[in-house]
Design a protein. Structure first.
Length: 331
């Protein structure tokens, strides 16, 4: 199975491929909607590379990289071999930390959208319980000449990414800023994150485990299954072996997704250093949920890999986004 699935978002790719850059509001080609709203996000959204390659180069979506510090060195998302560098550092015990993007990075992205002629911006970000990224975005929003709605998705990874994709779809259909923001919020509210990590050590070091701290006393004897709830990482279950943890993760996902209406569920699978295991899990989920499109598969972005550690498996259960009421399909 490929790193990301080409069939995962056919409507978005088909529709966006017909759009051209929008140098100023109101510019459009015959039959296409006016794209008035730009979308900005951060690299914690874990958007698959193939999805990003399929978007037009018109500034509709901007992904702001989040910095990762490996020892004394600072890296940005997308730099060559950054995941390999993190993996080596974690194995060697070298400190790995992350930081929010600076307000200046967001201001630069917002001003670029303003110069392209967009009327407004929707900025969609990682949970404020896990990062100060949304705060940095709000500081930047106050400095630009067009309105910016900052959305704290209260989630992370492709749960955040699906909110971004919903926003992009709404914006590409000509929705205004408020409707685009509402599409992102609604998608995030209907998306769940379930994941397994071989060890809680990296989450503990980064201060990201919250209520999962109760598991630390038996950390060496259990394999934790975790979730994101209310913007925080929380424990779901304690499992005694890695094999059972992965099997239980699969069971939890199927139990959550199966009751949903046919065709309404969309899945994503993340991994770090274990792509074959992720592909195998995605294949089993596809067999168990035949009405669901194949999962989007992607390596965790560096900013999340630094906290989850090697061997993580995460499954995001979302729903197929719907256009906000009042918007029209592009032709």
């Amino acid at each position: 199975m490929p790193e990301s699935n080409a069939a995962a978002w056919p409507w978005v790719r088909a529709r966006l491929s017909g759009l051209r850059p929008t140098p100023r509001p109101g510019t459009r080609r015959a039959g296409a909607p006016v794209v008035r709203t730009a979308v900005v996000t951060d690299s914690a959204a874990a958007l698959p590379a193939e999805y990003l390659r399929g978007l037009p180069r018109d500034g509709l979506l901007t992904v702001t990289p989040m910095p990762v510090m490996v020892g004394p060195e600072i890296y940005g998302e997308g730099e060559d071999d950054i995941l390999e560098t993190i993996a080596v550092a974690l194995a060697a015990g070298t400190p790995v930390k992350t930081s929010r993007p600076s307000p200046g990075q967001f201001e630069q992205a917002y001003r670029a959208a303003e110069l392209r002629g967009f009327d407004g911006i929707v900025s969609v970000h990682i949970s404020g319980e896990l990062s100060g990224t949304a705060d940095a975005a709000r500081l930047a929003a106050a400095k630009v000449g067009i309105p910016v709605d900052v959305v704290d998705t209260r989630t992370v990874g492709m749960a955040q990414g699906m909110a971004v994709q919903a926003a992009v779809q709404a914006a590409a259909a000509g929705a205004g800023r408020e409707a685009v923001a509402a599409a992102a919020v609604e998608q995030a509210e209907h998306t769940k994150v379930f994941f397994y990590v071989p060890s809680l050590e990296q989450l503990r070091r980064g201060g990201r485990i919250g209520a999962a701290a109760s598991l630390l006393g038996t950390m060496l004897a259990i394999k934790p299954i975790l979730a994101v709830d209310g913007g925080r990482i929380v424990p779901l279950e304690k499992v005694r072996s890695a094999a059972r943890a992965v099997a239980r993760l699969e069971e939890i996902v199927v139990a959550h997704a199966a009751p949903q209406p046919d065709g309404s569920v969309t899945l994503a699978v993340h991994h770090f250093g274990n792509p074959e295991e992720a592909e195998s899990l995605a294949a089993r989920l596809e067999a168990a949920l035949p009405e669901c499109p194949p999962a989007q598969i992607s390596s965790l972005p560096a900013v999340l890999a630094a906290h989850a550690g090697l061997g993580v498996l995460a499954v995001i259960v979302g729903r197929s986004p719907a256009l906000p009421s009042g918007t029209q399909l592009p032709t």
